[in-house]
Design a protein around this ligand. Structure first.
Ligand code: NAD
Ligand code: TYD
Length: 359
C-alpha cells in the first residue's frame, strides 16, 4: 500500500518529485495538496505520466480539517511534506507567512498524522511514514575553511526562512520522540533544474539572460553554495522513504561547491554558446548585498551514501547545460510565470532599490 500525500507538489521540487514517483513507482497513488501560491503552478504538472494514479487538491496545509479528511478518505500512509514559503529574500520583506506556512503548517500536518495513524489507526502504523523536506540553511553559515555540515552540526539559522524551517525540523523530530510518529527528515542544499520559479538565482539568471537584462549578483559574489540537481534530490528522498531509519536525518548535497560569481559566469558561457552575440558576462551587475547573507553552505552526504547507497549523478556543468536547454525549450512556461500577477512586482520590489554598486 502506497497512498501518498505530497504537499507543495505544484512547486519546483514537489512537481519534479510527483513526476519521479509516477515514473518510478507503479504502486504509488498520489494526492497532491497545494495552495497554489505565487510559487505553485499547475503548469508544472502538465502531461504527467500515468495521471490515473494522481489527484490534485487545492488547499492549505494549515487547514486541519481538510488534512484529516484527506488522510482518512485516501487511506494516506505516506506524507511527503514539501509545501513551504522558500525564498530567503521574501522572508526578509515579510516573515509572517513563513512562520504561518512553515511552522504552523508543518505542525498541523504532523498533528493530523499523529491523530490519524496513532489514535484512529486509519492505516497500520508500520506502513506509515512522514517525510519532512528541509534545508541546509538551518545550520547557518560556514567560513571558507570550516568542514561541511553533517547530521551532527548544531542548528544556527540566520534568516527568517531558515529559522522557520529549523522550527519545523524540531517539531517533526519531537513528534517522533514523543508520540512515536514514523518521521524521517532530509536537509538538502540548493536545488536547480526544470520548473524552478525564476526568483531563485539560476532560473532568474537564465530568464534575464534570455532577454539580455542585467544579471544582479549580490555583494561580492563570493558566497558559496552546493548545487544539487533536483532529479538527484528526488532519488535521495525516494531512497529515504524506502529504507531510511525512523527518527533519522539525512543530509543531501550535490558535491558541487561553487562561488555565485563563478556560477553566473558559467551560465553566461553556456548562454554564449546557445545564444551567440555580445558576451553575456557584459550583463553582470554587482548590487547591494542581502542583509545577513550566509557566506557558505556545504554538505557532507556520507551518511546517506553509506546507509542508502545514494550519490548525486549530475555534475554541475552538464546539469546547468541541461537546465538552460529546458528553459530555452519552454518559453511558454516562462511567459506564464512572468504574466502571473505579482512576479514583476516582486522583481521591482527586490531589485529596484538595489542600485548598481560596480560592474
Ligand atoms: P517552491 O517555492 O517552488 O514551492 C512551494 C510550494 O508550496 C508551492 O507550490 C506553493 O503553492 C506551495 N505552498 C505554499 N504554501 C502552502 C500552503 N500553506 N499550503 C499548501 N501549499 C502551499 O519550493 P521548492 O523550492 O520546491 O521547495 C520545496 C521544499 O524543499 C521546501 O520545504 C523547501 O524549504 C525545501 N528546500 C528547497 C530548496 C531549493 O533549493 N529549492 C533547498 C532546500 C530545501
Ligand atoms: P537563492 O537562489 O535565493 O537561494 P538561497 O538564498 O536559498 O541560497 O540564492 C542563491 C545565492 O545567490 C545566494 O547566495 C544569493 C545569491 N543571489 C544573487 O547573487 N542574486 C540574485 O538575484 C539572487 C536571487 C540570489
Amino acid at each position: 500500500m502506497k497512498n501518498m500525500l505530497i504537499t507543495g507538489g505544484a512547486g519546483f521540487i514537489g512537481a519534479n518529485f510527483t513526476r519521479y514517483i509516477l515514473q518510478n513507482d507503479p504502486q504509488a497513488q498520489i494526492v497532491n495538496l497545494d495552495l497554489l501560491t505565487y510559487a505553485g503552478s499547475l503548469e508544472n504538472l502538465r502531461d504527467l505520466p500515468d495521471e490515473s494514479r494522481y489527484t490534485f487538491v487545492n488547499g492549505d496545509i494549515c487547514d486541519r480539517e481538510l488534512i484529516g479528511r484527506l488522510i482518512n478518505d485516501h487511506a494516506i500512509n505516506i506524507i511527503v511534506h514539501f509545501a513551504a514559503e522558500t525564498h530567503v529574500d521574501r522572508s526578509i520583506f515579510g516573515p509572517s507567512t513563513f512562520v504561518q506556512t512553515n511552522v504552523i503548517g508543518a505542525f498541523t500536518l504532523l498533528d493530523a498524522a499523529r491523530k490519524a495513524w496513532l489514535e484512529d489507526k486509519v492505516v497500520p502504523v508500520e506502513q506509515a511514514r512522514f517525510h519532512h523536506i528541509s534545508t541546509d540553511e538551518v545550520f547557518g553559515s560556514l567560513q571558507p575553511e570550516d568542514p561541511p555540515f553533517s547530521e551532527t552540526t548544531p542548528y544556527a539559522p540566520r534568516s527568517p526562512y531558515a529559522a522557520s524551517k529549523a522550527s519545523s525540523d524540531h517539531l517533526a523530530l519531537a513528534y517522533h520522540h514523543t508520540y512515536g510518529l514514523p518521521v524521517t527528515i532530509t536537509n538538502c542544499s540548493n536545488n536547480y533544474g526544470p520548473y524552478q520559479f525564476p526568483e531563485k538565482l539560476i532560473p532568474l539568471m537564465i530568464a534575464n539572460a534570455l532577454e539580455r537584462k542585467p544579471l544582479p549578483v549580490y555583494g561580492d559574489g563570493q558566497q558559496i553554495r552546493d548545487w544539487l540537481h533536483v532529479e538527484d534530490h528526488c532519488e535521495a528522498i525516494y531512497r529515504v522513504l524506502q529504507n531510511g531509519r525512523l527518527g533519522e536525518t539525512y543530509l543531501v548535497g550535490g558535491d558541487n561547491q561553487t562561488r555565485n560569481l563563478d556560477l553566473v559566469q558559467t551560465l553566461c558561457a553556456i548562454m554564449d554558446e546557445v545564444r551567440p552575440g555580445a558576451p553575456h558576462t557584459d550583463l553582470i551587475r554587482f548590487v547591494p548585498d542581502r542583509p545577513g547573507h550566509d557566506r557558505r553552505y556545504a554538505i557532507d552526504a556520507s551518511k546517506i551514501h553509506a546507509e542508502l547507497g545514494w550519490a548525486p549523478r549530475h555534475n554541475l556543468r552538464d546539469g546547468l547545460r541541461q537546465t538552460v536547454q529546458w528553459y530555452l525549450d519552454h518559453p511558454q512556461w516562462i511567459e506564464a510565470i512572468r504574466d502571473q500577477g505579482g512576479y514583476q512586482d516582486w522583481i521591482e520590489r527586490n531589485y529596484a532599490q538595489r542600485t548598481e554598486e560596480r560592474s
